[in-house]
Design a protein around this ligand. Structure first.
Ligand code: NBP
Length: 482
């Protein structure tokens, strides 16, 4: 019997996805550039399974049922292009290549078009959930050549996570790079969620003087509220973990954050598309700032920086923090969905936002109860421009507003940096303000660069230039938006 799918790449993601496919009754042919890893896999985790090995791409392709499906689980970038070039002469028209790595979506756009010319279908799919997700059910976000979906659907939906109701956390996202775009936004949201949790942690630790044990109880408790999520749950676990000497391990970890680029790409896309994705962008910059450890240590000394203790009832502050975190999180998701809507409009992807929320409901790092409510919001109104306008989320934002302002103000007063929590509040304040000071800004632009302005007392689209100093000319600059 021939194989249902070939998987190239036997690192952590590839091996676990293959074992997951095997559990679901699919016959997998496994290949890796370094052949020794094929043997190690077959003699190790894949022993006594139906998984077969292949020591070359040719051998793998020969062992596959047609149309052949080859999934690449290798390092994103040139490595994917290199495998595609090697596979093209081995594959026939109608065969399918799937890239399951963390690829930047313009690369997927390019590869779909390139392979279409050769009659080969290409799917670029986000896979989230890390090692455990890959093994027992990840969130899978496929996009690319729609003709290929029916052929790969049973495998990808079969191995994906399922919601409580048994729905697969995997569905067709859209054409070209849509799947990788949605995965990129997922990772951006993950950056934001993590930073928000870290800000609440720092407020509790530095402002309220709470111990790791105290904070562990708080996060465990929050996980029984609307904040019920994987990231809050693992935060409680992390705070509980003790080093060999019995002290909390988290306190001994160097405070410089790593990053692999997906948060940065999300921010870059937001700037390109003109979407105010403030929270995720702040979370990326927070990681950048954290990595300037030596400079921070020197600057703390130079400025004699200290954090004033936060006075008042600790339990009240903890509850205010919970509300600030929840409200900020709503803003982050609202901004993320704004970004996806704009990308969908510009690329003609026709994204189904309720389905995106469903795909993130289980299996992935941002999985949470909250995503079920987001799905409901888009089912009620698929065109909702701002998630915070949905009645469920609007009520939460309104209820949390007082506590959120209190936390933001106190953090600024005592010197605890909370860039995501405070910028989310500023976003809501800006979004709900009918008249912003951009009238003055337009006047400044017109003053120094003859960039023109529109007037409140005239039709939109009519542009004016004023000779503000009496010495400028009457010639206006060309009007265009970037
Ligand atoms: P890695 O990203 O570490 O990639 C390892 C694989 O790439 C191995 O098969 C390795 O072959 C192959 N490879 C490399 Br590296 N350079 C190569 C080259 N020049 N030519 C041929 N093959 C090469 O593995 P991973 O962590 O399992 O991730 C796989 C993909 O999934 C990545 O795109 C990653 O971003 C994405 N992803 C990872 C996670 C996660 O939690 N780790 C989660 C979600 C998505 P070799 O054995 O011969 O060196």
């Amino acid at each position: 019997m021939k194989g249902d799918i070939g998987v190239v790449g036997l690192a952590v993601m590839g091996q676990n996805l293959i074992l997951n496919m095997n559990d679901h009754g699919f016959k997998v042919v496994a290949h890796n550039r370094t052949a020794a890893k094929v043997d190690q896999f077959l003699e190790g985790p894949a022993k006594d399974t139906n998984i077969v090995g292949a020591y070359s791409l040719q051998e793998m392709v020969e062992k596959l049922e047609t149309p052949r499906k080859v999934m690449l689980m290798v390092r994103a970038g040139d490595v994917v292009d290199s495998f595609i070039e090697q596979l093209i002469p081995l594959l026939d028209k109608g065969d399918i290549i799937i890239d399951g790595g963390n690829t930047n979506y313009p690369d997927t756009n390019r590869r779909v078009a390139y392979l279409r010319e050769k009659g080969i279908h290409f799917i670029g799919t986000g896979v989230s959930g890390g090692e455990e997700g890959a093994r027992f059910g990840p969130s899978i976000m496929p996009g690319g050549s729609p003709e290929a979906w029916e052929a790969v659907k049973p495998i990808l939906q079969g191995i994906s996570a399922k919601t409580d109701k048994g729905e697969p956390c995997c569905d067709w996202v859209g054409n070209d790079g849509a799947g990788h775009f949605v995965k990129m936004v997922h990772n951006g949201i993950e950056y934001g969620d993590m930073q928000l949790i870290c800000e609440a942690y720092q407020f509790m630790q530095d402002g309220l003087g709470m111990s790791a044990d105290d904070m562990q109880k708080v996060f465990a408790d929050w996980n029984t509220t609307e904040l019920d999520s994987y990231l809050v749950e693992i935060t409680a676990d992390i705070l509980k973990y003790r080093d060999e000497d019995g002290a909390p391990l988290v306190d001994k970890i160097l405070d410089t954050a790593g990053q692999k680029g997906t948060g940065k790409w999300t921010g870059i896309n937001a700037l390109d598309l003109g979407i105010p994705l403030t929270l995720i962008s702040e979370s990326v910059f927070s990681r950048c700032l954290s990595s300037m450890k030596d400079q921070r240590v020197a600057a703390e000394k130079l400025f004699g920086k200290t954090v004033q203790p936060v006075e008042g009832d600790q339990q009240e502050w903890v509850d205010a923090l919970r509300q600030a975190l929840l409200a900020s999180k709503i803003i982050s998701y609202a901004q993320g969905f704004m970004l996806m809507r704009e990308a969908s409009n510009q690329n003609g992807w026709d994204l189904n936002y309720g389905n995106v929320a469903l795909m993130w409901r289980g299996g992935c790092i941002i999985r949470s109860a909250f995503l079920g409510n987001i799905r409901d919001a888009f089912e009620n109104d698929a065109e909702i421009a701002f998630l915070g306008s949905d009645p469920y989320f609007k009520a939460i934002l309104e209820n949390c507003l007082g506590a959120w302002r209190k936390v933001a103000a106190k953090s600024l007063e005592v010197g605890i940096p909370m860039p995501c929590t405070t910028s989310a509040l500023s976003f809501l304040d800006g979004y709900t303000t009918a008249r912003l000071p951009a009238n003055l800004l337009q006047a400044q632009r017109d003053y120094f660069g003859a960039h023109t302005y529109e007037r409140l007392d005239r039709e939109r689209g009519e542009f004016f230039h004023t000779n503000w100093t009496g010495t400028g000319g009457d010639t206006a600059s060309t009007t265009y938006d970037v």
